[in-house]
Design a protein. Structure first.
Ligand code: AMP
Ligand code: MN
Ligand code: MN
Length: 327
């Protein structure tokens, strides 16, 4: 399915009044920053905007400008004309926010996950974009929507987090140009934002890393690295789900490692699997899709039913097959 144009989306934004902006469960900086940025821009146009995520605002992103706008969704359907899903590869990853927008007449889906099946009426899925925030910037610019300090800071946080601080391969000249424009137009203090994003972790996050590293193991001639978080360890340390965002990068950062895997035991007899790859020829999105998940070629995830031991075995076996075919 081909993408909608920014003009078509701009028209719908101008012609309606009640919006709900949603993103995926277990949100990250790209999800929350993109939501707040678009919401603030629409608010400046005089629109009524709800900003919902099943998990609500996370402590670590609560410094984002106007973070208080983002709340958990209400239990009952609200008065919404247009539902906008951002950064959400499959519709059911919107979780409990889905029920709250049942009245929506129009669905807009803006995302950068290759595995996005293009749900909704107006769709922009751009897998070349390193962050949904970059697409939102394009929309705001092309439609001459409001862009002020608060909007710029939210977009900067979205792009910075999803590019791993402007390091991942999809980071392009355009990404730096956008960042430069955001810094200039918004008068952003980059050092301060980076400190809030990357140097303000709670101590328990580092204690969690210590426990994860104790479980670290390597396979496939050290090309695959994995670690595991059990429910017991999570409870003992009192960690929040948000604490583990980014920890998998410690595995990916090892020389020779091509695939990094993080297994996290969940309370519903499922295991959350996070996967990263350093080689386009090893497509972790394809591996995760086999287990009902999705994502990007180099960063993907899935929630898989089973015990830790069962899921670890199944997933590592699938990775083993990929390496066997490759060599
Ligand atoms: P994570 O490992 O949770 O940071 O996720 C890596 C990428 O894969 C992100 O872009 C996610 O949106 C995507 N992803 C994670 N879990 C799933 C899932 N269960 N289904 C589809 N996409 C996912
Ligand atoms: Mn995301
Ligand atoms: Mn994203």
């Amino acid at each position: 399915m081909s993408n909608t144009t920014f003009d078509q989306i701009g028209k719908v934004l101008r012609e309606h009044q009640h919006f709900a902006i949603l993103s995926h469960v277990r949100p990250d900086g790209d999800a929350l920053g993109s939501q707040l940025a678009l919401a603030l821009s629409l608010e400046q146009l005089g629109k009524e905007v709800r900003v919902w995520n099943e998990d609500g605002m996370l402590e670590k992103y609560s410094f984002l400008p106007r973070a208080e706008l983002l709340t958990k969704p209400p239990g009952a359907p609200d008065d919404v004309d247009v539902a906008i899903a951002l950064d959400t590869a499959i519709q059911n990853r919107l979780g409990t926010a889905l029920a709250a927008v049942r009245a929506a007449k129009i669905w807009i889906n803006i995302d950068h996950h290759r595995s996005n099946p293009s749900y909704g009426d107006l769709v922009i899925v751009d897998p070349s974009a390193p962050a949904t925030g970059e697409i939102i910037f394009g929309l705001i610019k092309s439609q001459a929507l409001p862009l002020n300090h608060d909007i710029a800071e939210n977009l900067y946080a979205a792009i910075s987090t999803d590019t791993g601080s402007f390091q991942y391969p999809k980071t392009s000249a355009r990404t730096f140009e956008i960042a430069a424009e955001l810094v200039r137009v918004g008068g952003l203090d980059v050092g301060k934002i980076s400190q809030q994003l990357y140097e303000s972790y709670p101590r328990r996050r580092v204690e969690l890393l210590r426990e994860l590293l104790r479980t670290m193991r390597f396979s496939e001639q050290d090309r695959v690295a994995a670690f595991t978080l059990s429910l017991k360890t999570a409870a003992d340390l009192g960690v929040l789900p948000e604490d583990n965002e980014g920890l998998i990068d410690h595995l990916r950062a090892v020389r020779g490692v091509i695939v990094a895997v993080f297994f996290e035991e969940l309370t519903d007899s499922k295991v959350r699997v996070s996967m990263r790859s350093k080689d386009e020829a090893v497509d972790v999105c394809a591996i995760c899709q086999k287990f009902g998940g999705g994502g990007h070629t180099l960063a993907a995830g899935a929630r898989i039913r089973g015990s830790l031991a069962e899921v670890e075995e199944k997933v590592l076996e699938e990775i083993r097959e990929v390496f066997k075919r490759k060599s």
